[in-house]
Design a protein around this ligand. Structure first.
Ligand SMILES: Cc1cc2nc3c(=O)[nH]c(=O)nc-3n(C[C@H](O)[C@H](O)[C@H](O)COP(=O)(O)OP(=O)(O)OC[C@H]3O[C@@H](n4cnc5c(N)ncnc54)[C@H](O)[C@@H]3O)c2cc1C
Length: 441
């Protein structure tokens, strides 16, 4: 006999999207049950820097990314309401500040998660941990709840509204290989390890569909090889300053506009021969960027020293020509690397518009010794493919019709981003808001 419980809303996944939605619905008086697979709620949100940021306008977001314009608009439209709601709930927040090309605030993430649990319980709901969702129940045109499995047995949570918020599929190597690139099978994971595509599978089994192909992901270039085990590893080994350096592939060629964003470069770097590349920078970049905090308020670190100490392949050289032998030893074409760097420096000084690939910003030559060379690889934080979802955060069936009562938020929403990225926490919280608005909470 299965235990059974009636509620207004079931939320699958207790990370940024799930807990934000649950707190908002509970605040409107709904009885919510959050089903979390891990031993603790929080997911990647709990590992994150807590910078709740996004583009300052739809136009800015579209300059940096070619995802679905209607879904971009959800992030831009709901973002101010999310910030205001967090403020009203007394969540501590830093001052507004620039983050990448956009703007945002650092929020007290643990405070937000704890407050969300309190709100859910105060409204008569529950947050259950160590619990799998086996299926989403259907009834007529809509949903009727979920079946869960816990060490104590199976349970049926009956609700007319279900939110899928399991955080993407980056934790599943085979799915990464299938949907992103064969080389993505061996990528480092810079995320919670639990998000393995369960939301996508549950949504499809309940009649939903995957949004059109999208091989994009949010990740960063990290020193290689290093083990990524803790949240501080995720930050310490990330080479945020790659936007000021030069990236070279095994053929010794530049392959991307490095100045665009480290996360954008990481998508292109994965697709290069061997899936690792060389990041080269000079003493100026080392002093001003490689040892600086990536965002105001974060701790400064020497990322080169940390990486090499952890076993990454890196070297420091007095002359650019000395890089050749080191690059050769790592399987790169050393003389082509040196020739590309010389030509880069020459063109930056004389005709930067002729650079190929082009470079939109940070036109400074790499010419102040010593020179730093670090092998880097792409590591993934979340996937951009996901469930086909409309701008009301409703899951759509293969014909584009909404499934009554089934909503999607966070990294489980497909096609919000494609090549760029304008915030992961904002994507999660704004879709949670939109879903709850549509659900009437
Ligand atoms: C080191 C690091 C730093 C970051 N810093 C920032 C930052 O400063 N700003 C920013 O915007 N973004 C940042 N991010 C990204 C951000 O954390 C994510 O984009 C965001 O948390 C995604 O929200 P989500 O709700 O979709 O997923 P998550 O927050 O990961 O939540 C998903 C939840 O679902 C649970 N789950 C998975 N499968 C199941 C299942 N089958 N059943 C039930 N539960 C399940 C997971 O355990 C998890 O609790 C960072 C990420 C990392 C790793």
């Amino acid at each position: 006999m299965r235990a059974s419980l009636d509620c207004d809303l079931v939320v699958i996944g207790g990370g940024m999207a799930g807990m934000t939605a649950a707190a908002r619905a509970a605040g409107a008086g709904a009885r919510v049950v959050v089903v979390e697979k891990a031993a603790e709620i929080g997911g990647s949100a709990a590992l994150s820097g807590g910078y709740l940021w996004t583009s300052t306008s739809l136009a800015q977001m579209r300059r940096h990314d070619d995802g679905d314009p209607d879904l971009h608009a959800v992030v831009i439209e709901e973002y101010p309401a999310v910030l205001e709601w967090l403020r009203q709930r007394g969540i501590e927040m830093g001052p507004p500040q620039p983050v990448l090309f956009g703007r945002g605030c650092q929020i007290d993430m643990q405070g937000h998660l704890r407050g969300a649990v309190r709100d859910v319980e105060a409204a008569g709901g529950h947050v259950v941990r160590n619990t799998e969702t086996l299926a989403i129940l259907r009834e007529g045109a809509g949903v009727a709840g979920v079946v869960t499995s816990h060490a104590d047995g199976e349970a049926e949570l009956r609700a007319r509204k279900v939110l899928i918020a399991t955080g993407g599929f980056q934790g599943d190597a085979e799915m990464r290989a299938r949907h992103i690139h064969p080389a993505a099978r061996d990528m480092g994971l810079r995320s919670n390890p639990v998000s393995n595509g369960a939301g996508l599978a549950l949504g499809i089994a309940a009649g939903g569909a995957m949004a059109g192909p999208n091989s994009g992901f949010y990740g960063h270039l990290v020193a290689h090889p290093v083990a990524l085990k803790t949240d501080s590893d995720f930050v310490n080994y990330t080479q945020y300053h790659s936007i000021h350096g030069v990236l070279l592939n095994r053929e010794g060629r530049r392959f991307v506009d490095e100045s665009h964003d480290d996360h954008a470069s990481s998508q292109v770097a994965l697709r290069q021969t061997g899936a690792t590349t060389l990041l080269v920078w000079d003493a100026r970049v080392q002093r001003d960027f490689a040892t600086a905090a990536p965002v105001a308020g974060a701790a400064p670190l020497d990322r080169f020293e940390l990486a090499v100490k952890a076993g990454a392949r890196g070297g420091r050289f007095d002359r650019l020509e000395d890089i050749a032998r080191f690059a050769d030893s790592l399987g790169f074409d050393g003389s082509a690397c040196v020739a590309t760097l010389a030509s880069f420096n020459h063109q930056v000084a004389r005709a930067p518009e002729a650079l190929e690939p082009p470079r939109e910003g940070h036109y400074r030559p790499v010419d102040k010794p010593p020179f730093y060379v670090l092998e880097v690889a792409s590591a993934i934080t979340f996937t951009f493919a996901g469930l086909w979802t409309d701008a009301r955060a409703r899951a759509l069936d293969p014909f584009g019709a909404p499934i009554e009562g089934l909503y999607v938020a966070g990294a489980d929403v497909g096609n919000v981003y494609r090549r760029g990225y304008s915030g992961g926490l904002a994507l999660a919280a704004t879709f949670a808001f939109r879903a709850m608005r549509t659900a009437g909470f």
